[in-house]
Design a binder for this molecule. Structure first.
Ligand code: AQP
Length: 345
């Protein structure tokens, strides 16, 4: 396989407010990886429209998510920050991957089944081929590392399958183009940290999600201190005291979720958190968690508000990022077209 230069790519959908799951599951790893790697972070607006988005709300959400990236600590001078629809390489490579991926592969995608629900005949075709576009997002830059939450593992495996099938299907053409060991790298999913799957505050068996109809199910990065404290106070719990050791969390999804969130925010292990709160009622953990979450998230919310007041500045970040992203993707897409056999006059 190609020994590609390390390059990080990831994205979030502007389908609403970013929440604690997006932050702990993905963003903290994005920030860490941006310190040591070339990094490209996208606001994936073309993915967002796989389910209906009101155009005015989408327009605002793209800017808000960009502001959240910066407010969380990404430096737009260091990382490439842009919105997907401004770089046509994603759509172009996505089409080619529609012709590489097999229907049987997409049929196995659990996220499509969850999002399409019972009436899959009415789901958009875009929602079905979403993983092919996601593979194109990553491979348009020949990215090698993809920091994501646990829910994206299956899509990442599909991106690896697409890269491999492309390399095999076109191996002669790839060699002729001067690539001795395949064209696309196998992108590595980076699913790390104590909160790779943050669960809903209303149901510890369901993922915390932007599209959950209950706002009480998630902590948004825009929530103020009182709202954060109220949501944590109202979080679902079971009737028992907290266990003192990790095996005691088995079959107690709400206890596991709240201690996991505390550990991730504090930068401690779950063992240590249980050492502190084991044997105590939930209220002591909830009070401490509310203080910790407010201390950690309030500065982000304040910075988002400051950035939101200047949409021109956000648009300038996206324009600059798009130009840099286009410059990286253009020669890669040119080679892909040559490998596939397209005439480029
Ligand atoms: N609950 C979560 N725990 C840990 N990581 C999570 N991520 C999302 N939810 C959690 C990670 O955040 C990144 C961006 O996700 P996305 O915007 O592409 O959409 P998603 O995964 O579909 O998240 P949502 O919030 O559930 O959005 P909707 O409701 O629009 O579908 C990804 O790395 C994801 O793993």
């Amino acid at each position: 396989m190609t020994k590609a230069t390390p390059r990080v790519f990831s994205g979030m959908q502007p389908t609403g407010n970013l929440h604690l799951g997006n932050y702990l599951g993905a963003m903290v790893n994005w920030i860490a990886m941006a310190q040591s790697h070339e990094s490209i972070y996208c606001v994936v607006d073309m993915h967002a429209i796989t389910v209906w988005q009101d155009p005015r709300e989408l327009h605002k959400a793209i800017r808000d998510v960009t502001a959240a990236y910066v407010a969380c600590g990404l430096d737009p001078k260091k990382s490439v920050i842009f919105n997907q629809s401004q770089v046509s390489a994603h759509a172009e490579l996505g089409w080619i991957f529609n012709c590489v991926a097999r229907l049987g592969w997409l049929d196995r995608m659990t996220q499509f089944k969850e999002k399409a629900g019972k009436d899959k005949e009415r789901a958009s075709v875009g929602l079905y081929v979403y993983p092919n576009l996601m593979a194109a997002d990553i491979l348009a830059y020949r990215a090698t590392h993809v920091p994501v939450g646990e829910d994206q593992k299956q899509h990442l495996e599909l991106a690896r399958d697409i890269a491999q099938k492309f390399n095999i299907d076109y191996q002669d053409s790839i060699a002729e183009a001067g690539y001795a060991q395949g064209f696309f790298p196998q992108p590595e999913p980076m699913i790390t940290g104590p909160a790779t799957r943050v669960m809903s505050l209303r149901d510890g068996t369901k993922k915390m999600s932007k599209s959950d109809p209950s706002d009480l199910s998630r902590i948004n990065l825009t929530d103020d201190a009182d709202t954060i404290a109220r949501k944590i106070r109202k979080a679902k719990t079971d009737p028992d005291a907290l266990p003192s050791e990790v095996p005691g969390l088995k079959d107690r999804p709400e206890a596991a979720n709240l201690t996991g969130i505390f550990a991730a925010l504090e930068g401690a292990t779950v063992e240590k958190v249980l050492g502190q709160f084991g044997g105590q009622p939930y209220s002591s953990l909830k009070n401490a968690l509310a203080d910790l979450a407010v201390a950690r998230l309030s500065p982000i919310a304040a910075e988002m508000t400051r950035l939101a007041a200047d949409p021109g500045h956000i648009d300038a970040i996206l324009a600059d990022g798009s130009a840099r992203a286009r410059a990286i993707a253009a020669p890669i897409l040119k080679d892909v077209k040559k490998i596939v056999g397209f005439v480029q006059s």
